[in-house]
Design a protein around this ligand. Sequence first.
Ligand code: BES
Ligand code: ZN
Ligand code: ZN
Length: 481
Amino acid sequence: MTIATANSPLPQVEADALIVPVFEAAREERFGAADLIESGEITGKYLDLTLIHHPQGVAAKRLLLAGAGKPDKFDAPQLRRLTGAAVRFLKSKSVKKIALALERNQATPANVSAAVEGAVLGWFEPDRYKTGEEDKKSLESFTVAVENGSQLSAAAERGRILAEAQNFTRELVNEPANRLTPLVMAEAARKMAAEFHLQCEVLDREQMAQLGMGALLGVAQGSAEPPALIVVRYRPESAAGTAHLGLVGKGVTFDTGGISIKPADGMEKMKYDMAGGASMLGAMRAIAQLKPAIPVTAFVPCVENMPGSRAQRPGDIVTAMSGKTIEVINTDAEGRLILADALHYAKQQGCTHLVDAATLTGAIVVALGHLNVGLFANDDAMRDRVLAAAKAEGDRMWNMPLEDDYKDYLKSPFADIANVGGRWGGAVTAAMFLKEFAGDTPWVHLDIAGTAWIDDNKPYISKGPSGVPVRTLVRLATDWR
Ligand code: BES
Ligand code: ZN
Ligand code: ZN
């Protein structure tokens, strides 16, 4: 796939299809479109698409007039979705050489990046195990054409890097659990790290036992598949300060619930319970290419949560690496157990600021639906950094409460803390549990259970893994001051 920018006037852009955004109430005189507007066929309504073959006076073979909605509402997130929808439409028509024409005032770096992202994300389909249509699968080229536009290739390149990282995450998340075990996920991390010149280390069960990671290993013991703790390191050539960002991601390659087993209905979706971990690996892939001035280390604890004969039982008490004892009331609350040890290890490895991402609770889906990531923070400045990064990247996140009073919900009569907090406020108590292990280190927890997977096809993106919150994490690192 080639991603390019071209400094050409619209009529000269060569492509199998040229996407032209058209606003509501536009007086489009070009390409014989005036008639179509007159007849009401083209309204400019957001994501309304009209394909014109053999357009007049234009080098492109087809024009795709793409409704851009109201001009005052048009911004980078809107453009990302617009190119996504246009590209998906063209893909269904087997058109693979695509260009987008932007007016010069629309061609800000943020918009150019977003346009490329929308195209690369929109083209993606979770279809690698469908045989027979291989020739249809790749986008040959996507060009952003701006007359007299200059210096836009860096923005297009950033968009490509971000979207490819997000698609890397989406591929991993979509892998079924028989093909993506913890060790296979570790292998994928190694391969990615080698390709992008990152350091990668994988801790095995014995090493984790030596470190005292009893919470993580308790979850792992129910499966025949061995666990792995993936550590991927990015180091800048010269760091701008003393901060060191740790990215910790839940990597449960399949969550049956363990002995507290889940109902059969919909359980197949639990292959995505490693989406947090896959997001951290995707973010590292982009960070390696965009080279921020802050050191970043990703920690991805990978386990399979199974009810095997060695599985931990409700009532078991495990000792986390931090020394805290945990009563495992429900073996299905396994994500917080593996993250407890990974967060502690991240601090021990020198991280001064932490972000974790996890498909942690069904309760966050009840609270926020599929539209917002649930964000929890123990530090206002860190919260604001992540919210600003999310806003800049068009990822929606909602700040949730994390007050000390909630800690009472996690009391255990027999151990320092219980791993579940009863019926109410499930997303908050899960975050509260993690907070015990983040300690005083500035930390943000992202519960992505509702946002890492898209249940239905959308015009601009396929159903399946979304790749949220890769872009936000990358932006957090690249914008670090
Ligand atoms: N992986 C699940 C969370 C989840 C649920 C993600 C639904 C996506 C959709 C997590 O490990 C889990 O099972 N959490 C339990 C916690 C409960 C036992 C306190 C939950 O949310 O039901
Ligand atoms: Zn679970
Ligand atoms: Zn889980």
